[in-house]
Design a protein around this ligand. Structure first.
Ligand code: UDP
Length: 400
């Protein structure tokens, strides 16, 4: 998902307020039923799960924020499934789980600043480690940078760590050193190709999507969509070149992160004319889903080892095919000719735009439903949690 979380994250609207150490329950959404312990998957008792989100952005993300969306979607499903989930997260978060915020405020402009990550994780570990009796946790699910994994052998509760970024020379060395301390989960096969061999086999569990909030839209507009972080590797400039080559309107949506304004001004802004190329800024909620749903196709002209790519499954869920460069996890998600097209460059992308109507929206959604539906993903994580708990011999409140 996001190697660039270090520089990611400026979002209009700034930071959310919160209270240090607050614990509260949100009222369940009216469209949701309360968790039902009898629904806990597999044969065993419900689990007590400490879900450790990053401290940077509230959960769910108010706008841009892939990891926070993943954490939110998975957490809601685990609660619906009857598990007892405590979500350690940034202030301003809203969840059906028990919400515990530890820092005074979120830190969207300081992503990966160790001061905040260490403080957040250490406070969470203090609470998890001191829980006793019925309060003990069976497992920690860590989505939070590097601190939790590096310190996982200092806490008795077993830890499952989701690898949200790609393996680079630096992170591969880190994982080679500390990976044995936790159960590791990847998010795509492409990502795991670069994992250090010493880690052994790591299974991917794809990122989840809640299809009930991403409806199939079969009435398409005339435009193609690019959405994401305005960075060279995500390729808004290449999306412009491809769409212009075949004179198809393009809508660009997303965030301009710190340090990326010059790129935007140089390579994107000069092409924005309000007609053939429109820029709508950061989008959220129903407006975002409508933009995805009504697009003829999503353009994904990436030039980096993107470990997953949430926007691809969001598009497919709406029945919007994806044209992606054959990089990163795109070949894991795009079935060429069924859910979109895999291409090598802007010229290939332009040609594929002309073939978008051959793809059936229902096939796109069916693929996501089979592979990334949150029920499928939560069941896979539940098995991982139980394996981690059994291996460590831990038995928390519910036991395994
Ligand atoms: N996103 C959003 N509003 C925007 C741009 C992006 O809500 O204007 C969301 C998008 O829907 C997706 C996430 O931000 O859920 C980006 O995740 P992805 O894995 O595609 O990219 P990365 O984490 O690498 O930036």
């Amino acid at each position: 998902m996001d190697a660039a979380r270090a520089v990611r994250a400026v979002r209009p609207g700034g930071r959310s307020a919160g209270h240090t150490g607050s614990v509260h329950m949100r009222k369940p959404s009216p469209t949701r039923t309360r968790p039902d312990a009898s629904r806990a998957h597999a044969s065993a008792a419900p689990l007590r799960i400490a879900m450790l989100a990053p401290p940077w952005i509230s959960v769910p993300a108010p706008g841009y924020g892939g990891v926070e969306s993943v954490v939110s979607t998975l957490t809601e499903e685990l609660v619906r499934g009857g598990h007892d989930v405590t979500l350690f997260c940034a202030p301003g978060s809203v969840s059906s789980a028990h919400v515990v915020t530890l820092l005074k405020r979120s830190h969207p402009d300081e992503i990966e600043r160790s001061l905040y990550e260490v403080d957040h994780v250490a406070q969470a570990f203090d609470r998890i480690g001191s829980a006793s009796g019925a309060e003990r946790f069976d497992v920690i699910h860590d989505h939070c940078g590097f601190t939790g994994l590096a310190m996982a052998n200092r806490i008795a509760t077993p830890l499952v760590h989701t690898l949200h970024g790609p393996f680079t020379a630096d992170t591969a060395a880190f994982y080679a050193r500390h990976g044995h301390k936790a159960g590791l989960v990847g998010i795509s096969r492409a990502q795991l190709v670069s994992a250090p061999a010493t880690l052994g086999t790591i299974e991917p569990i794809p990122n989840p999507i809640d299809l009930s909030i991403w409806p199939l839209e079969e009435r398409k507009g005339d435009y193609v969509l690019w959405i994401g972080r305005m960075t060279p590797e995500k390729g808004p400039q290449r999306a412009i070149a491809a769409a212009r080559a075949v004179d198809v309107p393009l809508i660009l949506a997303g965030v301009i992160q710190p340090g990326q304004q010059a790129f935007f001004e140089r390579e994107v802004a000069p092409h924005i004319d309000g007609k053939r190329v429109r820029f709508v800024g950061e989008v959220t909620g129903a407006a975002k889903r409508s933009l995805f749903g009504h697009a003829r196709g999503l353009l994904m002209p990436i030039r980096w080892d993107e470990p997953f790519g949430m926007v691809m499954i969001e598009a497919l869920a709406c029945g919007t095919p994806v044209i992606a460069f054959r990089e990163g996890a795109a070949p894991d998600v795009i079935v060429d000719g069924l859910t979109g097209y895999l291409v090598d460059d802007e010229r290939g992308m332009a040609e594929a735009i002309g073939k978008l109507e051959r793809i059936a929206g229902r096939d796109c959604r069916a693929w996501v439903s089979r592979n990334c539906d949150v029920a499928v993903v939560a069941a896979a994580y539940e098995r991982t949690y139980r394996t981690a708990a059994l291996r460590s011999g831990s038995s928390g409140a519910a036991g395994v």
